[in-house]
Design a protein. Structure first.
Lengths: 274, 312
């Protein structure tokens, strides 16, 4: 009898999970379905319809879609490169050296993550216009540092701390210089962690909406801002909107699948070691 | 030895005895990262100053007006309404995400079959797509003419559920989208916490014969607390500042139903061009976020100590 009861419980638990899975995944499935639906069938059919690629050709080929994607790639990619170049040494120093105000500096960097975006944007809008950074790649790459830099420094710092100082000492005794140790030994050791932190930072920068909406939008138009335009046109082409949304989500989803193992650690800024 | 050793940890007392060149090195290494991020934060100091002026993008000059903006806002009904919207949005979305994320994580951890292993991978998708994209997809789903949700609700005899169009259901709608996007975040963190729980306390509990519920409350929950506080910290901070989902769905409407502090500051600053007047809204938000973050971080540290004690 007890066995029957536990089996019933297991079935119930699977059902609950399935209900949640439908809630979490159906919207994505729906988005893909809409992207294959012709405008004529949009209002009359639900699941049974004649799939067509017309939305894809219209949304991708007959508009500036790939230019928007390229803009996203330049600003998000640029932001990550700057963060890696400046952030990895900083992460190393925060992990290995002991110096005054060390924890204060580390927390200062973390606090950027929690600064309200609008608070930064309002005065920055003014400064950017004076410095001619408004609506430029450089301007967005700079402001994106608030997204990518704290993540990179905190996550990579954790990976450096995982490496024992002893191996560094041993290499020193063997006569290797500090640079050789850093580039030939430490970097390869943290490479998986570094790559996953960089990819996660890229995803967040790619997905950013507030910064590009308010600090760019004419010459530089990342895909997140451009997608909203498909919504506002005279007659709404829902199918094309679905295409725009689906294709723009692909890079983030693919990268997320690549870094699954490191995802928890990255998302929690190193606080939870998954 | 330690003096010439850049990789060695030096005790705090000896820091001042080191040669200047060695002492300055870590600061130099951190400097580029700090300059790049602080360069961006200069606006923050400016924000405090300009909140005391009548600066506007429309006017060539501005003058210092003291606390006038602050007094005007703190005595304004709209401000308190925006604060109330901000707090309600943050409370409901964070609460639902924490409970739902925890529940899903516990089930995934317990079942451990092929179904749950697949779910662990695919459930991260909502978290990885851009929140603005998620908002657009939900807009399509809730749309009364093409939307699938309307057809689904019709099966239960519910017709024309207003969603974002009515003041009474607008908050529910945006909270639902926030929950859809971010529940996976809580789930991932809790799941990782569950899987790193030590085995021995549970084995001794089984010998003592405690009930499953007793073990959950007295062992699992306290040891999970550090991860839960981290999840709470990240979710609450973001929910207090939410901009994208509300802007994407209704731009704060219908009326001013969903105008939280972020949206009000944006509207006042950019559309109405009253820059100095917009800043107090967002500075108040920053104060709330800062205080809440410090409070949760303190709690998290205490929980971590307590959990470490339990493991022994």
């Amino acid at each position: 009898m007890n066995k029957g009861k536990s089996r019933l419980l297991a079935i119930l638990q699977n059902c609950l999970l399935a209900i949640y899975a439908v809630f979490a995944l159906f919207p994505l499935l729906w988005m893909v379905i809409l992207s294959f639906k012709a405008d004529t069938e949009m209002f009359t059919t639900t699941f049974v319809f004649h799939p067509t690629l017309s939305n894809y050709t219209a949304a991708l080929m007959k508009s500036n879609y790939f230019r928007y994607m390229l803009d996203s790639l330049i600003v998000a990619g640029g932001a990550v490169i700057v963060s890696v170049l400046a952030g990895v040494p900083a992460a190393y120093a925060l992990a290995r050296y002991n110096f005054k105000k060390k924890e204060d500096i580390a927390f200062q960097i973390l606090s950027f993550k929690f600064a309200p975006e609008i608070l930064v944007v309002l005065p920055l809008f003014m400064i950017y216009q004076k410095l001619h950074l408004y609506d430029t790649y450089l301007g967005l790459i700079w402001v994106y540092q608030l997204i990518s830099m704290p993540l990179l420094i905190w996550v990579v710092r954790g990976y450096f701390e995982d490496i024992s100082v002893e191996i560094e000492h041993a290499a020193q005794v063997d006569g290797y210089s500090w640079y050789q140790i850093f580039f030939k030994m430490l970097l390869p050791l943290i490479k998986p962690g570094l790559v996953s932190a960089a990819l996660l930072a890229f995803i967040f920068a790619w997905n950013s909406f507030t910064f590009p909406l308010l600090l760019a939008g004419i010459h530089v138009q990342p895909i997140t801002v451009a997608v909203t335009k498909y919504l506002g046109t005279d007659t709404a082409h829902y199918g094309q909107l679905a295409v725009a949304a689906t294709v723009s989500a692909l890079p983030a989803i693919i990268f997320a699948l690549c870094i699954q193992k490191h995802l928890v650690r990255g998302l929690s800024f190193g606080a939870v070691k998954g | 030895m330690a003096k010439d050793n850049p990789t060695g940890k030096v005790s705090s007392e000896k820091l001042n005895e080191l040669p200047f060149k060695t002492r300055i090195r870590p600061y130099l290494i951190v400097a580029p990262a700090l300059i790049i991020t602080i360069g961006i934060m200069i606006p923050f100091a400016m924000a405090i100053y300009f909140s005391l002026t009548n600066y506007s993008f429309r006017m060539p000059t501005y003058k210092f007006v003291g606390l006038k903006n602050w007094i005007k806002i703190l005595t304004n009904k709209d401000f308190w309404k925006a604060l109330w919207v901000t707090l309600r949005y943050a409370f409901f979305s964070t609460l639902v995400e924490m409970l739902l994320g925890m529940g899903v994580a516990i089930l995934l951890n317990k079942l451990n079959n092929l179904f749950s292993k697949i779910l662990r991978v695919v459930l991260i998708f909502p978290l990885m797509i851009a929140p603005i994209t998620a908002t657009i997809v939900w807009q399509l789903m809730l749309n009364s003419s093409v939307g699938i949700v309307e057809k689904f609700l019709n099966l239960f005899g519910i017709y024309n559920f207003p969603w974002a169009a009515s003041p009474s259901t607008a908050l529910l709608t945006v909270v639902m989208i926030d929950v859809w996007v971010n529940t996976s975040f809580v789930m991932l963190l809790v799941l990782a916490g569950l899987q790193s729980l030590p085995k021995s306390p549970f084995e001794s509990a089984r010998i003592d014969g405690g009930s499953a519920w007793f073990n959950f409350v007295n062992l699992t929950l306290p040891m999970l607390k550090p991860s839960l506080y981290i999840a709470l910290l990240f979710r609450l901070m973001a929910a207090l500042q939410e901009y994208t989902i509300i802007f994407g769905l209704t731009k704060g409407g219908p009326g001013d139903t969903l105008m939280n502090l972020s949206l009000t500051a944006h509207l006042t600053g950019f559309k109405f061009q009253k820059f100095g007047y917009a800043l107090p809204y967002i500075l108040v938000l920053w104060l709330i976020v800062n205080y809440a973050a410090k409070f949760i971080v303190g709690k998290q540290r205490a929980a971590q100590k307590q959990a470490a004690g339990l493991e022994e």
